[in-house]
Every structure is written in structure tokens, then in C-alpha cells.
Ligand binder design. Structure first.
Ligand SMILES: C[S@@+](CC[C@H](N)C(=O)[O-])C[C@H]1O[C@@H](n2cnc3c(N)ncnc32)[C@H](O)[C@@H]1O
Length: 238
């Protein structure tokens, strides 16, 4: 990787190596900060935005960062990068197209699609500056300029850029508390905003999807679920 910038890779293996090497740097930085906070300001370790505790404010039992906390994206980066490999084939037909991602997080998928499939990627997330782990990864990957702050909220216009063909969201959180009517609004909103291929590619989290029969049945009626191994992954052609 010596001498390459983030935008010169272009190949899958090279991009995986790029993501992993950046994650290693940030992992070392955040663990150093963890030790500093422990010594100087221990209460700050429990601030979720710093990335060390889970949604309930817990560390691991041994006092180290919780394996489910946002820092997992750099501590166990290979797992969180390679989890996308099974989905990449479904993007190949969209080579070079313009796509928009909801809940970019660490931007591993955004960077893979940009570098490997030459896709024109933009996306949104919440609390861009405050969520340290996500922000640091996006900065190191030089993709922060493609990510805007917007909280997806049912009934409120989503700032999907003009001429976007594809909308994607992986391990979704925005829909956690949504009812069927919210999903119907969302699909209709995407139908109005997208152009060309007009495709949605989702990998839902269990919460708000697997636990809501009515919503699962709705997607079964409008989507295909192409992976036998992943009942939360679906594609919708509008
Ligand atoms: C579980 S993470 C998944 C990150 C990334 N998509 C991935 O698969 O690695 C969920 C992401 O959604 C973002 N998010 C949560 N609620 C959101 C909302 N209402 N609108 C936009 N993004 C949201 C979070 O900040 C976080 O980056």
C-alpha cells in the first residue's frame, strides 16, 4: 500500500488492506485514549460517543471496551469489513452508478463500493462530529466529505442527491421503531426521488424487522431475498 492514496486502489484486495490498515491505526489511537481517560477522566469512558461502552453504558466484564461498542469496528475490523463480501456481487450490475447510503457508520461499505466498483457514493449519518469512532475512520479514509448529517425520520424529506439510482442501508437502525405506515411512506419517497435503476438494497437489523411480522410480510411482497443465509438482506426494484 506504500505510496497509494485512498482513491488509487481500485481492487478488492487492495481496498480491504487499506481499510484494515486504517482501522489498525485508529484502534491504537483509541486504545491509547482509553488508557488516558482511565487515568485522568474515567467518567468519560462511559460516554457512548467515545466508543467504549455498549448502548446500555457497559464495558466488558474485565473492564476493557465492550465487544459490542462502536470501537468494535476497529478492534475487530476484519470481521466488520469482510461481512460485506457476500453482498458485493449484488452491486456489480451497478458499477459506476450513483448511490446513496443511509447510516454510513465507518464507511467500510461506502469505500468498498467507491474504490472497487467505481460507484459515485454519498450518504448520511447522525451526530457526525460526536461519534468518535465513525468520524475518525471516515476521516482516515478521506470519505468524510461524501457524508452529510441527516437523521432519517418518517415523513421528513431525505436529502437524496439528484440523479441517484440506488439507495442502500446496511445494519439499519433508522427504522428500529417504525411501523408499517412509516415503511410505506419511505418506499414511496424513494420511488419519487430515485431515477434509472431505482433500486433499494437493504440489510436490516433484527430489531424493527425480524421481530415485526407485518413489516417482514410487507417486504416479502415487494422485495426479493436472494441470500438463503441472510433473511435480513433484500433488494427492491421500484
Ligand atoms: C449499526 S450501524 C451500521 C453502520 C454501517 N451501515 C455498517 O453496516 O457497518 C447503524 C448506523 O446508522 C446510523 N443511524 C442511526 N439512526 C439513524 C437515523 N435515524 N438516520 C440516519 N442514520 C442513522 C448510526 O449512527 C450508525 O452509523
Amino acid at each position: 500500500m506504500m505510496g497509494k492514496t485512498c482513491f488509487e486502489t481500485g481492487d478488492l484486495c487492495g481496498t480491504i488492506e487499506l481499510l484494515s490498515s486504517k482501522a489498525e491505526v485508529i484502534s491504537a489511537e483509541l486504545m491509547k485514549e482509553f488508557e488516558r481517560l482511565k487515568a485522568e477522566s474515567p467518567e468519560d469512558i462511559f460516554n457512548f460517543s467515545n466508543g467504549y461502552v455498549n448502548g446500555f453504558g457497559d464495558l466488558a466484564e474485565d473492564g476493557r471496551p465492550c465487544p459490542a461498542a462502536p470501537i468494535k469496528y476497529v478492534l475487530y475490523s476484519r470481521k466488520h469489513i469482510e461481512k460485506f463480501m457476500q453482498y458485493i456481487p449484488f452491486f456489480i450490475e451497478h458499477f459506476g452508478k450513483k448511490a446513496f447510503e443511509i447510516g454510513v457508520g465507518p464507511a467500510y461499505l461506502l469505500t468498498l463500493l467507491k474504490n472497487v466498483l467505481n460507484m459515485d457514493m454519498h450518504g448520511i449519518d447522525i451526530r457526525l462530529k460526536d461519534e468518535i469512532v465513525y468520524r475518525r475512520i471516515r476521516e482516515e479514509l478521506c470519505v468524510d466529505k461524501f457524508v452529510f448529517e441527516h437523521k432519517v425520520t418518517s415523513g421528513i424529506d431525505i436529502p437524496i442527491p439528484d440523479s441517484t439510482e440506488l439507495l442502500i442501508s446496511f445494519w439499519t437502525v433508522f427504522n428500529r421503531d417504525w411501523e408499517l405506515e412509516d415503511h410505506k411512506w419511505f418506499i414511496e419517497h424513494c420511488r419519487q426521488k430515485l431515477v434509472g435503476d431505482k433500486e433499494l438494497i437493504f440489510r436490516f437489523n433484527n430489531e424493527g424487522f425480524l421481530d415485526k411480522t407485518e413489516i417482514r410480510n410487507y417486504y416479502k411482497s415487494i422485495a426479493i431475498f436472494p441470500l438463503k443465509t441472510d433473511a435480513n438482506f433484500c433488494i427492491i426494484r421500484l
